[in-house]
Design a protein around this ligand. Sequence first.
Ligand code: AP5
Ligand code: MG
Ligand code: ZN
Length: 214
Amino acid sequence: MKIIMLGAPGAGKGTQAKKIAEKYGIPHISTGDIFRANIKGGTELGMKAKSYMDQGQLVPDEITIGMLMDRIKENDCQKGYVLDGFPRTIPQAESLTKALADMGDKIDYAVNVDVPDQVIVTRMSGRRACLSCGATYHIVYNPTKQESVCDTCGSQLVLRDDDKPETVLNRLTVYHDQTQPLIDYYKKAGVLAEVDGTQNLDKVFQDIVSILGE
Ligand code: AP5
Ligand code: MG
Ligand code: ZN
C-alpha cells in the first residue's frame, strides 16, 4: 500500500504516519526527518537544507526529488510506504506520479489531515521532537513517560529550530501557496481521503484506519 500524508505543518502527519507504518508494516518516509538527520550528521545535504528550513522555506525541488526517489527504490519499499512531507509542490507530485507510472504503479491513498491555522500555532509550541528516531510528542496532548526523554529510543528531546512562532507563520504561508494545491491534484487523481485532524490522536487514527481498511 502506497500512502501520502497531506496537511499543514503541525497537522499531525508525522504522528499518524508512524502509527500507519506500524499497523500496516510499511516504512515511514519523512523528507523532513531525512533532512534533520543530515543536519545532525553535518553532511553537505544537511548544510544546504538547513538554510531553507530555518526560514520556513522549502528545500529546492532539485535536491528533494532525487533524494526521495532514491529512498523509495530501496528494498524495504517493495510492499509500499507512507510518505510524510512529500510531495509538497506540484512538480514533486508530478515527478512521483511519473516515476510510479513508469513502474506500472500508482499511489493508493492521499490522506489529508485537515487542521485550521489557529490550532497549528498552539500545537507547535508544545511539540518536542526526537532527532534520533523521528518520534514526535506534545507536552500536553502526547507527553512522554519521562520528561524530555524519547519513549521509543531514550534520546533527549528537543524543540525543533523551525518551531519558533515567526517561522511557523512562514511555514503556513508556504504551505498555502505551494502545498495546498496538491489536495486538488490528488482529488482529480481519485485517491484523496479527508480526515478531521482537530480530533484527538486516537480518533484521527481510527478514521484513517476506516479509510485504509483493517
Ligand atoms: P517537515 O518535517 O515535514 O515539517 P512540516 O510539514 O512542517 O510538518 P511537521 O513535522 O511540523 O508537522 P506534522 O504534520 O508532522 O505534525 P506532528 O505529527 O509533528 O518539514 C520541515 C521542513 O523541511 C520544511 O519546512 C521544509 O523546509 C523541509 N522539507 C521537508 N520536506 C520537504 C519537501 N518535500 N520539499 C521541500 N522541502 C521540504 O504534530 C505536531 C504536534 O501536534 C506534535 O507535538 C503532536 O504531538 C501534536 N499533535 C498531533 N496530532 C494531534 C492531535 N490530533 N491533537 C493534539 N495534538 C496533536
Ligand atoms: Mg512531521
Ligand atoms: Zn527517539
